[in-house]
Design a protein around this ligand. Structure first.
Ligand SMILES: [Zn+2]
Length: 360
């Protein structure tokens, strides 16, 4: 019993001693070490540390904000650039679509509405070559403002064989009578020609001189006004006809009867043919007088071309030569490209080739 009591007492003492020791230790740290001045100093140090920490925190936040701002700007820039690229691509596609098919206006409209409203619908419409004049195709014939046009660009079908136009014939008869009263004798050298007749005529020229030269004054089959029955070669079809009393009378008066000198001097680039003082085309009195007074050839007036390469089924001189089994250049020349121009002017001077009575 005593031993147990003693042990308990010793334990109590030990625990009390332990508490005291710990109390003393605490006091040593908090009170004993720091004087009031030291406490104030410590507080000051703590405040400085806190201030520095806050400053460092603010700096960190500021830096992070800057980085974030730069990142946002970069992202915005990338997005904008990709958006612009996409917009441009879409616009280009639309442009191509509108240009390629004006007729498909509905699909273009749909695309335009799909894209942003800020991009106005681009109306890029390919204008037709002739805007002022109405071109109609009827049974293979081409009418411009109601006038039948037959030239290097516009042909007539092979089986088109109307014969001579009765109004044209009547007008010529009247003109011929009036000319006779003036002491001028006019006659029809060549009027209506069929496709086959024109074929033979053209072939003979092309065979003799080559296609390039034949194209200057003779029409390919299907491209001759003579097949339409609306024109006449009057009197001589030689260049020597120019300047004669008959040629002068014809030029001065033919419009009074509804005719025009179809291939006037200086209009070769429009008509596609050399000057032919003998070839007259019937267009009616009103138009004939207008064209003559304004010094316009039919192609100029109607705003159309006369060029085999612009025809619906273009045939090059090389292809034509191959079809006919003839040469492009002068077959008599060794060198086709040189010397051909020289001999060209000589043909009419000696009059050797136009003696058969057919010009164009
Ligand atoms: Zn003719």
């Amino acid at each position: 019993m005593n031993e147990n009591n003693n042990r308990n007492v010793r334990d109590d003492e030990r625990s009390v001693n332990g508490e005291l020791t710990s109390l003393i230790d605490d006091r040593d740290l908090s009170r004993v070490v720091l004087s009031p001045e030291e406490q104030a100093y410590e507080e000051m140090i703590r405040q400085r540390i806190r201030a520095r920490r806050r400053a460092a925190e603010r700096k960190r936040i500021k830096r992070n904000r800057t980085i974030a701002l730069i990142l946002v700007m970069v992202i915005v820039l990338i997005v904008c650039r990709s958006c612009y690229a996409a917009h441009r691509k879409k616009r280009d596609e639309q442009k191509v679509n509108t240009e390629s098919s004006v007729a498909e206006k509905t699909s273009t409209k749909k695309e335009n509405t799909d894209s942003n409203a800020e991009t106005p619908a681009e109306t890029v419409e390919s204008k037709p070559e002739e805007t002022e004049h109405k071109i109609q195709q009827v049974d293979g014939l081409t009418f411009v403002d109601g006038i039948l046009i037959v030239n290097k660009t516009y042909s007539v079908p092979e089986d088109y064989a109307p014969g001579i136009n009765t109004a044209a014939q009547a007008a010529f008869d009247e003109m011929m009578n009036d000319a006779l009263n003036d002491g001028v004798y006019l006659y029809i050298n060549s009027g209506y020609r069929t496709y086959d007749e024109q074929y033979n005529l053209y072939y003979n020229y092309a065979y003799d001189r080559g296609v390039a030269d034949a194209d200057k004054f003779s029409s390919r089959p299907g491209h001759s006004e003579h097949q339409a029955g609306l024109c006449f070669d009057v009197n001589s079809t030689e260049n020597s006809f120019a300047g004669t009393t008959e040629a002068k009378w014809l030029a001065a008066h033919c419009s009074d009867y509804g005719f025009i000198i179809r291939f006037p001097k200086g209009k070769e680039k429009y008509t596609g043919y050399e000057y032919e003082p003998w070839h007259i085309r019937f267009v009616g009195v009103e138009l004939a007088k207008e064209l003559t007074s304004k010094n316009l050839c039919l192609e100029e007036y109607l705003g159309v071309t006369s060029d085999y390469t612009l025809a619906q089924d273009p045939v090059s001189q090389e292809e034509m030569a191959e079809q006919l089994g003839v040469t492009v250049g002068d077959p008599n020349e060794v060198d086709e490209t040189q010397g051909y121009e020289e001999t060209d002017s000589g043909y009419y001077d000696n009059g050797g080739y136009s003696d058969n009575g057919y010009g164009y």
